[in-house]
Design a protein around this ligand. Structure first.
Ligand SMILES: [Ca+2]
Length: 139
């Protein structure tokens, strides 16, 4: 799989559409081990991951349909502030390695992380460094 991040901010839905157009989905995370490849990046900021709560009665689900058995929320999150927060951003900080999650409004603009099947870029005969913008990580 590859993860990918852009400096062009998108809403959660736009970001998911972008990932799906590449044959992938927004990134799902199932252990702290899976965070490590991302943590090697010298990035900071906030990025969408695939976790959202489209239906408040059922709660949070991964957009790729994988089971939710690992959660890594910031202290006090998810707080669903003003009752409008149902999509998840990951807080990227390069000065420490604990990348926690926060629920925010889905129409907020963020960078994002995609997961894409390994080999996909090769199949398209694309060179990864030429695909804008920056983050391609093999899991
Ligand atoms: Ca929140």
């Amino acid at each position: 799989m590859f993860a990918r991040e852009s400096s062009d901010a998108k809403t959660w839905y736009e970001a998911r559409d972008f990932c799906m157009a590449l044959g992938g989905d927004l990134l799902s995370i199932h252990s702290s081990e899976e965070l490590k490849p991302i943590q090697t990046r010298r990035e900071s900021g906030r990025a969408w991951i695939g976790l959202s709560a489209p239906d408040p009665t059922t709660g949070y689900v991964w957009s790729d349909g994988s089971p939710l058995h690992f959660q890594h929320w910031e202290d006090g999150e998810p707080n669903n502030r003003n009752n409008v927060e149902s999509c998840t951003e990951i807080l990227l900080t390069h000065w420490h390695s604990v990348w926690k999650w926060n629920d925010v409004h889905c129409e907020s603009y963020r960078n994002w992380l995609c997961q894409i099947r390994a080999g996909y870029f090769g199949k398209l005969n694309l060179k990864r460094p030429n695909i804008p913008p920056v983050l391609c990580l093999e899991f």
